[in-house]
Design a protein around this ligand. Sequence first.
Ligand SMILES: [Zn+2]
Length: 218
Amino acid sequence: MKSRRILVTLISLMALMHTPSLMAQDEEVADIDEWQVLKVEAAKDPFAKGNQFTINFANYTEEEWHYPLPGAHLISPFGGARHHAGTDVKTKPNDTIRAAFPGEVILSGPYYGYGNCVVLRHANGLETLYSHHSKILVKVGRWVQAGEPLALEGRTGRATTEHLHFETRVKGKAFNSEILFDHNANKLIPQVVVFTRQPNGTLKITTSQPQQEKSGEQ
Ligand SMILES: [Zn+2]
């Protein structure tokens, strides 16, 4: 698979160019999982092969997801009268905010009303956004595993209290993160989620229970 090899080399080069301090990042560059790199690259356009893609979260292992702010409770849901683009969850100031899925850091720094903000692109075709941090711990181009620290909980940008504003997105369009996570239980919901791009450009999301394999266990 010569072409794959070339792609990996190219992507590695791009990752290196994003890295301001090569010395400090040597270990992390060596840590990059080749398949993860390829999957995240492929996920740049989840609709590349059609108007629909499916993620079976029921198949996710402990290594493939992490609740972004352990111990948090929900303080403000998605949508509503103020068209909230994310879900606000809270613990206490300076608690550690963690990557929801493995992926690449594609934005890191102050971003308008978001304050200190981190955006990740994941192999499953989604993006996640985390904002209002007191401190950011990762740089653009960095590859993170699920659960890796991204930032510390804060109130930078338009925020009246320390909290995490968390968004789940498909190609920059936010959708309700409660489709993926139970924010009060701090758990991923083990279901099948189908994302469909509608002719008018909006995103349609349907969920279903995974097909149970018949087994003799009981
Ligand atoms: Zn918010």
